[in-house]
Design a protein. Structure first.
Ligand code: BG6
Length: 487
């Protein structure tokens, strides 16, 4: 880590992500006095406009995306006062020169560049900056996903940026790593003594990771179609959660130690092929249905054209290492699910020998389950066995819940936008919560094996009515193994 950078140069500043997440996060950080003194935001996009027009747009966005009880016109005005806007077309040297002019020597004091643009513009933008003298050894470059659409194209993106800045200056954003609850997985695993001895194939039967969304395409047709749930959600967010759940304990909480352990897990994912893709994966696409009591259109109707893009995917994954040998990781994510719900379920094995009931039958004994709900509520729930009160001679067991509501335990503490944490770390130069190149490449290697498997086996998405947890084959995927999804 070095001194916090006081200059934030945002490309894609007129885009949806900037309006929804980045500026509201900067607003919150400013309101809490967490931005460095003399902070300047240089916003840039292709649209021609002046500082005043851009500031008006940002104020509107803040009013829309900041909760009414937090929006304060004075803070918004203070934020707008430190924003400049400079239109830049990639490949236009004069535009970059103008940008450098307006930055007025600030690049020498450490520039933080945030690329919230399509990945095809990452390298040309970085090149434009380099030509204008804005890339120095202290420049940090953050990149939003998608980093490519497969391993080969991700290498092109990484090589393009890597030719201009060193890996230690590159910050690949996966906003799930900025979520408090995802970081809390580290606290749960490595801040408590009781989980780690059981966190392996000896005690764990299987793991489930679900990331369900109720939204559909949300007007993102041009991005989403042809990408689909596997690349949009599993390649990054779901695999990052999996790597934190499955990794070995890092020696310390720093960017090298943590990312070294995550990448080992990602590299141990068993690749799929045409055969395993048939038995270990399910692709779905939402058809018309109802979500939250509202009738919604199917994907194809929203799109207006037939498509083979999956909006749901369920996978049975294996991590081929000592700790996880033989433990299936069931992963599923989809749009137009019945609930916006992200959670991890750790299903423990039954006790080795039951002393209850005849041959262990009829006593009510069930294996333990740990449920970690990431969103929308935040809780950790451990299902344990307890004796049902009563005078029966045979002990009857019942599942009871050890329930920790993090929302209640930390009531009064505002839940931060994931980007607040990430922007602060970026300004401070801490890469721990950003994705290293070898992680992205290991993620793509596994995803490519599934996509190739789908091609080889001719697997197309099966329809599911919106408002369901995917096609029925997703239920069969896990029930074949004698387990069931935790809904
Ligand atoms: C994005 C995906 O990365 O994550 C979107 O591109 C998805 O399709 C979003 O909706 C989900 O993020 P969150 O924070 O709402 O769970």
């Amino acid at each position: 880590m070095t001194d916090p950078s006081a200059t934030f140069l945002l490309f894609g500043a007129t885009g949806d992500l900037a309006h929804r997440m980045i500026f509201p996060s900067l607003y919150n950080l400013l309101a809490d006095g967490l931005l460095p003194d003399d902070f300047l935001i240089m916003a840039s996009g292709r649209t021609e406009m002046d500082d005043a027009a851009f500031r008006r747009d940002i104020d509107k966005a803040l009013q829309k995306f900041i909760a009414p009880d937090r929006y304060d016109a004075d803070v918004a005005a203070r934020l707008c006062a430190i924003i400049l806007y400079q239109p830049v077309e990639s490949g236009n040297a004069a535009h970059f020169a103008k940008l450098a002019d307006r930055l007025d020597g600030r690049a020498d004091r450490g520039l933080t560049v945030y690329l919230s643009t399509p990945p095809s513009l990452f390298a040309p933008t970085a090149q434009g900056l380099a030509d204008a003298g804005l890339i120095t050894p202290t420049t940090r470059v953050a990149m939003e996903k998608p980093i490519g659409k497969d391993l080969a194209s991700s290498k092109v993106v990484n090589n393009g940026i890597g030719a201009l800045v060193d890996e230690c200056q590159i910050f690949r954003v996966d906003h799930y790593l900025g979520k408090e609850t995802v970081q809390n997985l580290l606290a749960l695993r490595f801040g408590n003594v009781m989980f780690e001895p059981l966190w392996n194939a000896t005690a764990i039967d299987h793991v489930q990771i679900t990331v369900g969304e109720t939204v559909g395409l949300e007007g993102r047709v041009s991005y989403y179609d042809g990408v689909g749930a596997l690349r949009d959600m599993v390649q990054n967010h779901v695999l990052q959660i999996l790597s934190i759940i499955a990794m070995e304990p890092p020696a310390r909480m720093d960017s090298t130690a943590v990312r070294d352990e995550k990448v080992k897990v990602l590299r141990s994912l068993r690749p799929m092929n045409g055969d395993t893709a048939k038995s270990h994966s399910v692709r779905g696409q939402y058809a018309p249905g109802a979500v939250g009591g509202e009738i919604v259109a199917g994907y194809i109707d929203e799109l207006g054209t037939p498509s083979d893009t999956e909006t749901f995917v369920a996978l049975k994954a294996y991590i081929d290492n000592w700790r996880w040998q033989g433990v299936p990781f069931y992963l599923r994510t989809g749009k137009r699910m019945p609930a916006r719900q992200s959670e991890i379920q750790i299903q423990f094995k039954p006790v080795r020998h039951s002393i209850f009931g005849r041959d262990g039958q009829g006593s009510g004994l069930e294996p333990n389950t740990l449920i970690i709900r990431l969103q929308p509520e935040e809780f950790i729930r451990l299902l344990i066995m307890s004796k049902r009160p009563g005078l029966e001679r045979d002990v009857h067991l019942e599942e009871v819940t050890l329930d920790v509501s993090l929302t209640a335990a930390f009531a009064g503490q505002r839940r931060r936008i994931a980007y607040e944490r990430l922007i602060l770390d970026l300004l401070a130069g801490d890469q721990t919560l950003f994705v290293r190149r070898d992680e992205v490449e290991a993620q793509w290697t596994w995803i490519d094996s599934i996509i190739d498997g789908w091609k080889e086996a001719g697997i197309k998405p099966s329809p599911y009515a919106a408002g369901n947890w995917g096609p029925s084959s997703a239920i069969a995927l896990i029930e074949r193994d004698g387990a069931s999804w935790h809904d």
